[in-house]
Design a protein. Structure first.
Length: 567
């Protein structure tokens, strides 16, 4: 216990009008948090004030970061403000480091009221990059809309914040640290915990570690290559895949968390994890994976560089969950996917006679389904998969699911995916991202497009491109009614579904750092015939993309000549 009580100060401030959290927390350019006076403090105060005082006093919260630039300074401010706002205990990762799934896991394990994660996910870090603050609630999952709205409301009129500027902690010292605060509150405790241990313990109870270990070390050893992209996953990969499961140390690359991720986009897709894809092409490795900065996203690459699209990964995992003790013991209740995610998993759900829920984009919509026991497994096309073991997507867990499937089925990645297509048919899928679009142009484009596709005449519309004719079956702006609490989420993306079950979807991104808008176009088509499962995705989807470009006029209206990224 410190000897002199630490003073609590109340500091005057003025509100900001741009602190509405997006799809996954408040994300801005790092400079906004770092240089705009009180910008960070205002948001942290709004976040803490959004928690009812009775719940807040004496409660426990978790704090972690993906290690990006400005995380340490921000963690210090959060500690000082949590203390001043009556939080009783903070559990923080060693050196401030915790992956998003580890935070979700710890919140649930220690029954914390929530957790703050400092990350801008897969966006670049550093002084010129992005920074973000996510808030996960007591079930371990991202804040629901109601919580985000409350935070935003508080932020709009905030006039002061509370802070203990003299309270300093050493994030490198594991263990408990108690602080005596001036007046009001009981002692304030900070616990610095190993970043990996609690999460690893949970995984031990989910998977057959013995089976994975034999796969990675046995006589027919599977050689793997894992790229932590210089983000938070380095320590997790080393401790879990190498130390615990026996993968040789040189299986793991880019495993030291760097503040600027080595200048790279810590984004596990074929465009940004190109070096992983290249090294897989050499044929030396049978399994490859990469993670994003905070470890909730992942990408799987098979032998010779075979790319597993996230929607396929979701469907293949769903069909093979019985390879994992957690699911073979508990059974499977239901599956869920976000609306733009391909419908490949719907076919699995049908075959397995399991319920399938289609939710808006964003992990928070899966929370109620899992809390109420309706859903065991879910995912999104944006390289995220997870289950009810926690309430966020989980990259390393997904990799262990794949390794478990390989261990049980004794087949390679490509063989397993091709088998799946042969049995269920193949859903070709791609996403076009138009980034940095003028916000007004994006808004009007979506508004006008909605008017076009929801006009009655559109429902009888036919499009012919080359030899293909596409007849519209249904078109709308997706609306979701939560089956648990009945809440309605409107305008979640423009959908055009054709009679052959192919789809075109348009959405505005909700996760940007505020530099213009991002328009996403998703295209999907289904192919039953195994003879036609070897085609190039872009060729197969070419006609649908052509329709999408034509009806939206996106290039003319935005001045973009093409998408920035195709995944
Ligand atoms: C993106 C993804 C979405 C994901 C979110 C947070 O959101 O598309 O699937 O849940 O990031 O990781 P968007 O920018 O599309 O709103
Ligand atoms: Zn992420």
């Amino acid at each position: 216990m410190e000897t002199n009580p630490i003073p609590i100060l109340t500091i005057q401030t003025t509100p900001f009008d741009d602190q509405r959290p997006g799809t996954n927390g408040l994300r801005k350019k790092t400079a906004v948090f770092e240089s705009k006076k009180n910008y960070l403090q205002n948001y942290v105060q709004s976040l803490l004030s959004s928690i009812d005082l009775r719940d807040r006093q004496g409660c426990t919260m978790v704090v972690g970061s993906d290690g990006r630039y400005f995380s340490r300074a921000a963690t210090e401010v959060i500690v000082q403000m949590a203390a001043a706002n009556g939080i009783g205990r903070l559990v923080i990762g060693h050196n401030g480091i915790l992956s998003t799934p580890a935070v979700s896991c710890i919140i649930r394990k220690i029954k914390a009221i929530g957790g703050i994660i400092l990350t801008a996910s897969h966006s670049p870090g550093g002084p010129g990059g992005d920074f973000g603050i996510k808030f996960n609630v007591a079930n371990g999952g991202p804040s629901p809309d109601t919580v985000m709205e409350r935070i935003h409301q508080v932020s709009r009129t905030l006039e002061e914040y509370a802070i203990c500027p003299d309270l300093h902690i050493d994030l490198s010292r594991l263990g408990r640290h108690d602080f005596d605060l001036e007046n009001k509150f009981k002692p304030f405790r900070v616990e610095i915990v190993d970043s990996v241990e609690i999460y690893l313990n949970m995984l031990r109870g989910i998977f057959d570690f013995g089976a994975i270990k034999s796969l990675l070390t046995g006589p027919k050893q599977l050689k793997i290559r894992i790229d932590a992209m210089n983000g938070v996953m380095g320590p997790y990969v080393r401790k879990i895949l190498c130390d615990e499961l026996g993968a040789p140390a040189n299986s793991a690359v880019n495993c030291v968390p760097l503040e600027d991720f080595g200048g790279q986009h810590p984004n596990p897709n074929p465009a940004f994890a190109a070096s992983l894809v290249d090294s897989m092409k050499g044929g030396e490795f049978g399994f490859g994976a990469a993670f994003d900065a905070d470890g909730d996203r992942y990408m799987i690459i098979g032998e010779n560089g075979f790319f597993v699209s996230p929607s396929d990964s979701l469907a293949v995992m769903a069909a093979n969950l019985s390879c994992i003790p957690y699911f073979s013991q508990r059974g499977i209740r239901g599956f869920a996917r976000s609306m733009p995610t391909s419908t490949a998993i719907d076919r699995v759900a049908k075959a397995m006679k399991v319920a399938l829920y289609e939710t808006p984009t964003g992990w928070r919509f899966f929370g109620n389904l899992m809390d109420s026991g309706r859903c065991s497994f879910c995912g999104e096309e944006s390289f995220g998969t997870g289950s009810d073991h926690i309430r966020d997507k989980d990259g390393l867990w997904s990799v262990l699911v794949w390794l478990s499937i390989l261990a049980v089925r004794k087949q390679g990645v490509e063989e397993i995916v091709r088998d799946h297509w042969a049995k269920m048919g193949r859903n070709y899928f791609c996403r076009f991202d138009y980034e940095g679009v003028d916000s007004r142009a994006a808004y009007y484009l979506m508004r006008d497009l909605e008017a076009v596709i929801t006009d009655k005449a559109f429902t009888t519309q036919k499009f012919s491109v080359g030899n293909n004719i596409y007849s519209v079956e249904k078109a709308d702006n997706f609306e979701y009614i939560d089956p648990v609490d009945g809440s309605v989420s409107r305008k979640q993306g423009l959908r055009i579904i054709f009679t052959d079950s192919s789809r075109i979807i348009f959405r505005l991104s909700g996760s940007g750092a505020g530099t213009g808008a991002t328009i996403r176009i998703y295209a999907e088509s289904y192919e039953r015939d195994p003879e036609r499962h070897n085609r190039e995705t872009q060729v197969v989807l070419g006609p649908l993309i052509a329709i999408a470009l034509k009806i939206s006029n996106i290039h003319e209206r935005t001045g973009c000549r093409g998408p920035n990224v195709i995944t």
